[in-house]
Design a binder for this molecule. Structure first.
Ligand SMILES: *[C@@H]1O[C@H](CO)[C@@H](O)[C@H](O)[C@H]1NC(C)=O
Ligand SMILES: *[C@@H]1O[C@H](CO)[C@@H](O)[C@H](O)[C@H]1NC(C)=O
Length: 458
C-alpha cells in the first residue's frame, strides 16, 4: 500500500471477556483488561511487560516455575499499569528472571529455529506444514525504543501471527528516523549505526522472541522512504522515467550493493521468512517483460548470496490480459503475475487486494473473492504457494468484505494471509492509514478465528 495517511475516526470498542482464556491467548500485560485466568491445564506465562500468554505446561518442574513467574508478572503488570517509570524499571528485572526460568523448562517459549521452505503449494518448517498468517507493520523499525517494538509485536502476536511484513529499506538524503542508506549525490552510504542496521537487528531479535517471522521487502515502488525513485534521482537525475530502476546498469548495481549488505547480515537468521525484491513493483506502460527480467536477475542475485531464505517479488498480483475491461487484470502497470510466478528463483507468489483504489466501487465482497480465487488457481497450476499479503477496505465496509475474503482464502486453499495493516497502541495513530486493525477492533475476534482455521491446516 502507498502509505497515505487518511483522516478517520478511531474505531475502538472494548470487547468484554468473561470466559477463561484458551491456549495461546493473552492473560495479562500492561493495558490489558481481559481475563487473567487460563483454561484448565494452562498457565499464564509472563512474556514481557505487555504480554502474558496461556501456555500448556508440560512438566511438573516447569509448572511450579511458570506459576510463580506468571503470578509475579501479573502483579508487576498491575503495578506498572497504575504507575510510573519506577515500576517499569523494576519489571525489567522480572523479565530477565522469567526468561532464565523459561529457558530451563520444556514449555513452548517461542524461538525461531529452522528456515521456512516451500513444498508444492505449501510452506514447511522442520518437516511440518507452516501456515503464514499475520499482517504488515512497515513502521516497526521506526519506533523509538526497543520496548515499543516489543510492545507492538506483543499486540500483533495476539492475532495468532506467524509472519509480519516490515520495510527493509529507507533511503534518505539527510538523516531522519531509522534509515539504512544515506545518499550524497550518486553515492550511497550504508548506516550501520544504532539508527540504522543495528535498529533492524533489534526488530529481528524482538520478532524472534515473539515467535514471529519477518517478510522483508528491500525497496519501494512508491516514494515513501525513498525507494526506487531515490536511486533514479540520485544516480541519473530527477524527472527520469521510473522504468530506469529496472533497466539502468548503474542503478541495478547500486541496488545489488545494498541488497548484498542487508541480506548477508541476516542470511543465517531463521527469523527472516523471506526477502522481497520490492514493495508493489510497477512499470506503468512497460512491456511486462521489463519487470519479469528484472525479477529474474535480482532474485537469482539474492539466491547467489543467501541460499537459506525464500525470495518473493512483493507485487500486487496484477494479471496481464490486455483485452480485459478490469484495470487489475489488464497489465497496464507492466506486471504479469503468472509469468513472474514461473520464475524459478522466486519461491512463492504474492498479491494485494484494494478494490477501492483500483476502481471497483461496489461489490467488494464478490470482486475480492474472485480475485483471491483467480490467484489460488495460479497457485495450483504452477504448484507454488501464493500469499495474499496486503488487503483492505476502510472500516464501514470491512466486516462483510473480510468475511467473504477470508472464506475465499480458506476454501481456495491459498497458502497464506497477511492483512494490511496492524494497528497497535505502541505505534499510536500516526501510522494508521485507516486500514489498521487493533486488538480492540470489533473485527478482531473474527480475524483470530480465521487465522486459527488457517493454522490448523496440516
Ligand atoms: C515484450 O517484450 C518481449 C520480449 O522482449 C517481446 O517478445 C514481445 O513482443 C513484447 N510485447 C509487446 C506487446 O511489445
Ligand atoms: C496504558 O494506559 C495508560 C493509562 O490508561 C495510558 O496512559 C497509556 O498511554 C497506555 N499505554 C499504551 C501503550 O497504550
Amino acid at each position: 500500500m502507498k502509505s497515505v495517511v487518511l483522516s478517520v475516526a478511531a474505531f475502538v470498542s472494548l470487547v468484554p471477556y468473561v470466559a477463561a482464556v484458551s491456549e495461546w491467548g493473552q492473560c495479562g500485560g500492561l493495558n490489558y483488561s481481559g481475563s487473567t485466568t487460563c483454561d484448565s491445564g494452562l498457565s499464564c506465562v509472563y512474556f514481557n511487560d505487555w504480554y502474558s500468554q496461556c501456555l500448556r505446561v508440560t512438566t511438573t518442574a516447569s509448572s511450579s516455575t511458570r506459576t510463580s513467574s506468571s503470578t509475579r508478572s501479573s502483579s508487576t503488570s498491575t503495578t506498572s499499569r497504575s504507575s510510573s517509570t519506577t515500576s517499569r524499571a523494576s519489571s525489567t528485572s522480572t523479565t530477565s528472571t522469567t526468561s532464565r526460568a523459561s529457558s530451563s523448562t520444556t514449555s513452548s517459549t517461542p524461538v525461531a529455529t529452522g528456515f521456512v521452505k516451500t513444498d508444492g503449494q505449501k510452506f514447511v518448517l522442520n518437516g511440518q506444514r507452516f501456515n503464514p498468517v499475520g499482517s504488515n507493520a512497515y513502521w516497526l523499525a521506526q519506533l523509538s525504543t526497543t520496548a515499543l517494538i516489543q510492545q507492538a509485536l506483543a499486540e500483533i502476536a495476539q492475532a495468532g501471527t506467524t509472519v509480519l511484513r516490515v520495510w527493509g529499506w529507507n533511503d534518505v538524503t539527510s538523516p531522519s528516523g531509522t534509515y539504512y542508506q544515506l545518499w550524497n549525490g550518486a553515492t550511497p552510504t550504508i548506516n550501520y549505526g544504532a539508527d540504522g542496521l543495528q535498529k533492524f537487528d533489534t526488530v529481528v531479535a524482538a520478532a524472534k522472541a515473539a515467535g514471529i517471522r519477518l517478510v522483508v521487502p528491500l525497496t519501494n515502488n512508491w516514494q515513501d522512504y525513498g525507494g526506487m525513485d531515490r536511486y533514479i534521482t540520485q544516480i541519473v537525475g530527477s524527472g527520469q522515467p521510473h522504468s530506469l530502476f529496472y533497466t539502468n546498469t548503474a542503478i541495478k548495481t547500486a541496488f545489488k550493493n545494498y541488497v548484498n549488505v542487508f541480506v548477508t547480515r541476516y542470511k543465517n537468521e531463521p527469523t527472516i521468512f523471506s526477502w522481497e525484491l520490492a514493495n508493489e513493483p510497477r512499470c506503468n506502460g512497460c512491456n511486462v517483460s521489463v519487470v519479469t527480467e528484472w525479477a529474474k536477475e535480482m532474485s537469482a542475485y539474492i539466491k547467489s548470496i543467501d541460499s537459506n531464505h525464500m525470495v518473493a517479488l512483493g507485487d500486487e498480483g496484477f494479471f496481464n490480459q490486455p483485452s480485459s475491461s478490469s484495470y487489475p487484470y489488464q497489465g497496464g502497470e507492466g506486471v504479469d503475475f503468472t509469468a513472474n510466478m514461473a520464475i524459478s528463483t522466486l519461491d512463492y507468489g504474492t498479491f494485494h487486494l484494494y478494490p477501492i483504489p483500483w476502481g471497483v466501487s461496489s461489490g467488494y465482497s464478490t470482486w475480492g473473492a474472485q480475485w483471491i480465487n483467480d490467484h489460488a488457481a495460479v497457485q495450483k497450476s504452477l504448484n507454488k504457494p501464493v500469499i495474499i499479503e496486503e488487503y483492505g477496505v476502510i472500516a464501514s465496509d470491512r466486516s462483510s468484505a473480510y468475511a467473504a475474503w477470508w472464506s475465499a482464502v480458506e476454501t481456495s486453499g491459498l497458502a497464506g494471509d497477511q492483512y494490511w495493516q496492524a494497528a497497535t497502541t505502541a505505534s499510536g495513530s500516526g501510522y494508521n492509514d485507516g486500514y489498521g486493525i487493533s486488538t480492540t477492533d470489533s473485527i478482531f475476534p473474527a480475524l483470530q478465528a480465521h487465522f486459527a482455521t488457517l493454522k490448523a491446516r496440516t
